[in-house]
Design a protein around this ligand. Sequence first.
Ligand SMILES: *Cc1c(COP(=O)(O)O)cnc(C)c1O
Length: 359
Amino acid sequence: MSKVYNFSAGPSVFPKSVLEQAKEELLDWQGSGMSVMEMSHRGKHFSIIAEELESDLRSLMAVPDNYKVLFLQGGASAQFSLVPQNILNGKTKACYVQTGAWSEKAVSDAKNYCDVLVSASSEDSHYTTIPDESDWVIDPHAAYLHYTSNETIHGVEFQKAPDANGLTLISDMSSNILSRKIDVGQHGLIYAGTQKNMGPAGVTVVIVRDDLIGNASKTTPAVFDYAEQAKSQSMLNTPATYNWYLVGLVLKWLKAQGGVEAMEQLNIAKAAKLYQAIDQSSLYSNPVAAPYRSRMNVPFNLQDTSLDQQFLIAAEANGLFELRGHRLVGGMRASIYNAMPEAGVLTLIDFMAEFERTH
Ligand SMILES: *Cc1c(COP(=O)(O)O)cnc(C)c1O
């Protein structure tokens, strides 16, 4: 098989060496005589995997001791409902910043549980910007302020966590977790599906401050009650064991790359090169205001959209896969998560220049 680069928004590219290690260990995990898939989640082998998973994530993100780290199921989408069920704590209102399709969904699900105040929205700009923080409307009686740190579909990213004006700050970090340094302590809760930047689909990470849990609404299923799962080390139900293992391997790979700081520098360089190539061309353009452009998901349009199909076919012929934009916005999108090597971005840039030259 010739070399291919996968620009999928999620599930997405894996570090090659991690896949090789998983293959190596598939039938016999470290001399145990068993595949990780076959192990009891309460057995001595899997306990090691589970403990290292949590401690590696804690050290990579510098998670303070008064935070629980949970590994749940249901995806980030389930969290759209579970956050209000767990965190309202008897309050009836929550604030949401709406910066794209994912925060729209979070707003829509939260409305089943409380009054939602949309503190700010960039819908009018078709989600190509982030409203200035000084214009946000924040209700001091709300239980929390929710924002989506990276809008995967629109390619819009917060360059730093916003000021929650005294409210508990909550973030959906599904598509940029571990790609840049963030201050966990500034947040009450962070959640992320693993299939963008951390591993395969099937695990949802929830990092939550101790004092916020233990008051879930009465109708919250036990497996979705953060306090119950925290008490059971996320094993109230049988966890997605093999996926935990794979996420754990990705975290060890990330540590070996130099951790989040080193990865952030690489991500800055990769994104800068791609945006520069787009901005300098007369065929391609990116609609997002420069200060809010995502380092992870780079949408771009061809000036002549009748060339879209040809572009995608030619890209695949050159080993560049999954560049079609999300159906909501059309055009193209290159997702360049941690595991996308710089060589992949450079190959894409060369291909785009060649396509422009010949069309
Ligand atoms: C992918 C994504 C989701 C949805 O994740 P699921 O695992 O499919 O539920 C939610 N939020 C953001 C920002 C995403 O990128």
